[in-house]
Design a protein. Structure first.
Length: 198
């Protein structure tokens, strides 16, 4: 019985003047909204009351929220589409978390911490070079000075080249070892024995 009432309501048509009075706008605005597909005209030039009022209200809400009005309101409000988008976002979040757990992706704060530490150590080594090398370079010829300087500069640069992925792991990291060996679930062996016993 509810379905009959609903379908009866869906079929009620009104003139542009009546629809304009219900919505609080003029006839001309109703015709403009019909051209935009917001209010629905049937083949006899009348307007479907229920669907037109619903779509007009939705348009007002969307416009008030500062968004542009979608061309196809039925598609824009499709619950299945929204759920699919939501599930897609959840899947992306899960993939990012998994990559972090496996150490394939790093949080920006972890990268910042490691790089800052590495650069501070490098800076300290470079700043220490003059006092460290002053005595070593006294009374040395040009070739020896170049060799000593090159050795110390290369030593300082190794600080920047010493990349260790483990330094970047977040607290969520879990070490997962890849194994090519076949393994049986604990209950699988019992099932195999049962088959032979029968």
């Amino acid at each position: 019985m509810a379905e009959t009432r609903n379908s009866d309501m869906d079929m009620i048509t009104v003139s542009s003047k009546v629809l304009g009075e219900i919505c609080g706008i003029g006839d001309r605005q109703i015709r403009n909204l019909a051209d935009e597909g917001i209010v629905v005209r049937n083949s006899h030039g009348k307007y479907l009351l229920l669907k037109s009022v619903k779509q007009y209200i939705i348009t007002l809400k969307v416009t008030k929220a500062g968004q542009s009005v979608p061309v196809d309101l039925d598609q824009a409000l499709d619950l299945d589409t929204e759920k699919a988008k939501h599930e897609h976002v959840k899947r992306m979040i899960s993939e990012i978390k998994l990559a972090m757990i496996e150490g394939k992706s790093h949080k920006s704060e972890d990268v910042e911490r490691v790089v800052t530490d590495m650069l501070e150590k490098f800076k300290s080594k470079i700043e220490a070079l003059p006092s460290k090398l002053a005595r070593k370079l006294e009374n040395k010829n040009r070739t020896e000075i170049q060799r000593i300087l090159m050795k110390e500069v290369m030593n300082a640069l190794t600080e920047l080249s010493a990349y260790n992925p483990a330094d970047y792991y977040s607290e969520e990291y879990i070490e997962i070892e890849d194994s090519d060996e076949d393994f049986a679930l604990p209950f699988e062996e019992d099932l195999i024995k049962e088959d032979f016993d029968e």
